[in-house]
Design a protein around this ligand. Structure first.
Ligand code: CTP
Length: 399
């Protein structure tokens, strides 16, 4: 841990998502930050004070009249480097917008000079209500960061926008406001990442390739390096700039990628196989450009199977930590998961990151949406957002 430890206030208000605040506090304390939890009375209807005390390792106070001698609301607010309200109900958002100070949390918010991050969670109707939306834009205009709620399953049978985002996303968006506070939880670790798509040559100017842009693999390399890892990026024909601070090994073909990965991954702490590796290559590469007048109306190319790098890595057991595979499939929902599970049964890596691809999703985009399964085929994470968000979520699993 070499990141700067921060003094963070986590305000918790009375919504069913209050239980997710426990994980937010846990993630922040695991990263070495000092967390003071300030729940409202209503929050304690959902999660008890001892739970917050246990995860934050600090006493939890709710009332303005606890520790009056220390003028707690002022001392807490002034000392904080960051304030995160998770979950924030429509009621508390309205109070903050109006400057109401009727409990320790709302009073502390009025004295805080540090960045404030608010993660709303409520039913869709309440979120879309004109009053709530007006209050949210008032807070934004004052420089407060509002984390957009997810669209998904809510309490009961309802679903729609209003769901609290995953704790990992809240933590990473909140810490991103404080330069130098990012987690260095991969400090000193060696991680090999593959990115891009291989090209299998037919002749000196033509190849069989695929649509992988390399963006997701590059996002993994950047995220792992930011978290302190020494990263080797085996890059196959990637689009766009490759980051600094990362060792880059450029390859073109699946065979070159296999050779580099199998030698360079020895002793690494993790391998992330984000590259789209060609399953087959032409048996022969013509030394000269193929000519139509010689070939005629039809061209048959004989292909031979390439080595499965991921499966070889798993068999060799020369990587010290987790091996992460990817499954890009033209399916969705249950079928997508079933195809991922089949792939996991064949590849037997530690985690498989499954995503849907098609004409307008996945490849080349700035965002991604994935499901991660473990070796038993259980879903261990779901992540959506920028490719960097997805990378960070998977790196959390590696950690
Ligand atoms: N992979 C690999 N070596 C190959 C082919 C794929 O290491 N020769 C890796 C990819 O980097 C990815 C995972 O295996 O992490 C899944 O790749 P994919 O091509 O989707 O799987 P396949 O087993 O080839 O299945 P299919 O093409 O039939 O879907």
């Amino acid at each position: 841990m070499s990141s700067r430890p921060l003094s963070i206030i986590v305000g918790v208000t009375g919504g069913i998502a209050a239980y997710k605040a426990i994980h937010v506090v846990r993630l922040l304390t695991l990263q070495g930050h000092e967390v003071t939890v300030v729940p409202t009375r209503a929050a304690l209807e959902f999660v008890g004070r001892p739970t917050f005390e246990a995860v934050s390792h600090r006493p939890v106070r709710v009332d303005l009249f606890d520790n009056v001698d220390r003028v707690q609301h002022v001392s807490l607010g002034k000392a904080a480097d960051l304030v995160v309200v998770v979950p924030a109900t429509a009621n508390t958002i309205a109070k903050i917008a109006a400057g109401i100070a009727d409990n320790l949390l709302t009073t502390t918010l009025l004295t805080a000079t540090a960045p404030i991050v608010i993660a709303p969670a409520m039913h869709t109707e309440m979120w879309r209500n004109a009053a709530t939306q007006h209050n949210v834009s008032t807070l934004r205009s004052r420089g407060i960061t509002i984390i957009e709620p997810d669209d998904g399953q809510l309490t009961g049978d309802d679903s729609g926008p209003g769901r609290l985002p995953e704790p990992e996303r809240i933590v990473s968006e909140a810490l991103a406001l404080i330069p130098g506070s990012e987690s260095r939880d991969l400090d000193g670790r060696r991680i090999l990442v593959t990115a891009g798509g291989t090209h299998e040559a037919l002749d000196p100017v033509r190849y069989i390739g695929n649509n992988s842009s390399g963006k997701q693999g590059i996002a993994f390399a950047v995220a792992a390096a930011a978290r302190g890892a020494h990263v080797t990026l085996v890059a196959a024909n990637v689009d766009g700039p490759v980051p600094g601070g990362v060792e880059i090994v450029s390859v073109v073909t699946a065979e070159e990628l296999a050779n580099e990965v199998l030698t360079r991954s020895r002793g690494c702490d993790a391998v992330v196989m984000a590259a789209a590796v060609a399953d087959y290559r032409p048996v022969e590469k013509s030394a000269r450009k193929l000519k139509k007048d010689v070939i005629g109306d039809g061209l048959t190319v004989k292909l031979v199977k390439n080595r499965d790098v991921l499966a070889s890595l798993v068999l060799e057991k020369s990587v010290a930590g987790p091996i992460i595979g990817f499954a890009a499939e033209t399916a969705d929902g249950d079928e997508l998961l079933a195809l991922g599970r089949e792939k996991m049964a064949r590849k037997k890596c530690d985690f498989l990151v499954i995503n849907a691809v098609g004409d307008s999703i996945g490849f080349g985009e700035q965002t991604n949406s994935v499901v991660v399964i473990d070796r038993a085929g259980e879903v261990v994470a779901e992540a959506a957002g920028t490719k960097r968000d997805v990378a960070d979520r998977v790196l959390d699993l590696i950690v």
